[in-house]
Design a protein around this ligand. Structure first.
Ligand code: NAP
Length: 482
């Protein structure tokens, strides 16, 4: 069995030590494409987490005071370590998560790009001099690392979601206790190895696998953890926000989405199809910014559906490790069952399955990429996140109506629209209640821009110049009696 060139860590990192599971308590990790067991990871809980928090608190005393040059230098080395190992890291990511290998390579690259971005951005984390009301004093603000950070991440981007948290935390001088998702732990644990390899001191980065409640509970209860950053479902996010109250932690939350993708009659339909395929079928539909609802204007509807159907039928499905595959398996059988439920609900309410619609002949958690037309606002997917390879197409007539329908959800992460009318593009940006709006593109994520949602999709931004804010406190400094 491959250990991906020594990158597959079957232990937890606590205070610089790799701790194996006590025998009998390990968790098996499987490859969703083959069902093969890749290896095991420890089933850690509250005790291990308390030790990790203690190590992170101790390490913060010195790491929080390291020079800017030192922190920047370490981040550049970490970037290079990721890119030097890109192929093995991508193979390991695909093996545990299922996404096509070209997407996994891209995920490692964007994770490394976040590390580099924050190495650059921390050099511009300036305070300010504030005009004082009297001549006897000088006022300024200075910026400081928040302290120990708890980071909890999901399985759909097991490497880059950690990058967006670790990189700004380490840039700011924070220390970290991280918990990757149980189904994809190796892409998280390896960050600990790479951080050690490039010279981060013991205790600066700690990574635990195991009981979500045990690890999460200890992180949330500890007064020493000053900030929690979470990416995952809105349901778990709400629990963590509640739990953060007792110790008044800073929290940032990247939660679920329900992205509308609006195609107007004046759109370039081929460009819209290209964007639609990326915005819907990347990672088999398992991204938080994936299109959940296609709204297509009546005049272009039939052309769009015909071309979408053709593009979806041409998708190559298989084991993501094979070059050329565009759709791998879903993460597990529960995800497949959920997609089947959406399809059954839509079919019962008058929707037409015009492409796919059932489990794939490959078996396991493979599912045929699917298109449903005749979608209506009373169908389950109008309200809930699909998180699978199912494109639901709604027909609309007027711009005002579609903005209202698009906003009719408690989520507000990403929205997309295709139009050649520049005035309409600005109206959409103002009218759509979303944290991110993409016009004439299905792919908006980039390290330079702030990623994050509004409403129940979360709070705080990752990436961009805003991505450091959550990891730094602004202190007001007043010198009087001058
Ligand atoms: P999830 O069930 O909320 O799990 C996310 C993480 O939270 C996992 O590490 C999980 O651990 C942990 N967790 C679960 N229950 C917990 C608890 N009670 N206390 C502390 N931690 C707990 O979400 P998921 O199914 O992995 O990911 C899919 C969701 O993430 C979707 O809703 C998607 O939209 C969202 N997402 C959002 C963004 C964004 O940037 N807005 C990006 C990617 C994904 P276990 O794995 O051990 O259960």
């Amino acid at each position: 069995m491959s250990n991906f060139n020594g990158l597959m860590m079957e232990a937890n990192l606590i205070g610089g030590q790799w701790i194996k599971a006590d025998s009998g308590t390990a968790i098996e990790v499987t490859n969703p494409a083959t069902g093969d067991v890749l290896g095991t990871v420890p089933n850690a809980g509250g005790d291990e987490t308390e030790r990790a928090i203690a190590a992170a608190s101790e390490a913060f005393k010195t790491f929080g005071r390291t020079s800017l040059s030192e922190r920047v230098g370490l981040l550049h080395k970490l970037h290079d370590a990721l890119m030097d190992n890109q192929e093995d890291l991508a193979q390991m990511l695909t093996a545990e998560q299922g996404k096509p290998i070209f997407e996994a390579r891209g995920e490692i690259a964007i994770g490394a790009a976040y590390v580099k971005w924050f190495a650059e951005e921390i050099r511009r984390a300036k305070g300010e001099i504030i005009p004082a009301p009297g001549n006897d004093r000088r006022l300024m603000t200075t910026r400081h690392p928040v302290g120990v950070v708890g980071a909890i991440t999901p399985w759909n981007f097991p490497s880059s979601m950690l990058a967006r948290k670790l990189a700004p935390a380490l840039a700011a001088g924070c220390t970290v206790v991280a918990k990757p998702a149980t189904s994809t732990p190796y892409s998280g644990l390896v960050w600990g190895k790479l951080c050690q390899d490039v010279g981060y001191p013991d205790g600066v980065v700690n990574i635990l696998t195991g009981s979500a409640r045990g690890i999460g509970g200890a992180i949330m209860e500890s007064p020493d953890v000053r900030k929690v950053t979470f990416t995952g479902s809105t349901e778990v996010g709400k629990t963590l926000i509640r739990q953060s109250a007792d110790t008044v932690k800073k929290v940032s939350m990247e939660l679920g989405g329900n992205a509308p993708f609006i195609v107007f009659d004046d759109a370039d339909v081929d460009a819209a199809i290209e964007g639609a395929m990326i915005a819907k079928f990347r990672n088999m539909g398992q991204t938080c910014v994936c299109t959940n609802r296609f709204y297509v204007q009546a005049g272009i509807h039939d052309t769009f559906v015909a071309k979408l159907k053709e593009a979806v039928a041409a998708l190559k499905l298989g084991n993501g490790a094979e070059d050329g595959v565009q759709q791998g398996p879903l993460i597990d059988d529960g995800a497949v069952a959920k997609v089947e439920e959406f399809i059954a609900d839509a079919a019962a309410k008058g929707g037409d399955v015009v492409q796919g619609g059932k489990r794939h002949a490959n078996g396991g958690s493979f599912f045929e990429p699917t298109v449903i037309t005749g979608a209506t606002q009373d169908m389950m997917f109008a309200k809930e996140e699909i998180f699978g390879p199912l494109a639901a197409v709604f027909k609309f007539e007027a711009e005002e109506d579609v903005i209202e329908m698009a906003n009719d959800t408690e989520f507000g992460l990403a929205a997309y629209a295709y139009t050649r009318d520049i005035a309409r593009a600005f109206r959409l940006n103002e009218g759509l209640d979303y944290g991110m709006v993409g016009i004439n593109t299905g792919l908006i994520t980039t390290v330079e821009a702030p990623f994050g949602g509004v409403k129940e999709s979360g709070m705080g931004k990752e990436g961009g110049s805003q991505g450091l804010d959550d990891y730094m406190e602004t202190k007001y400094f007043c010198v009087a009696g001058l």
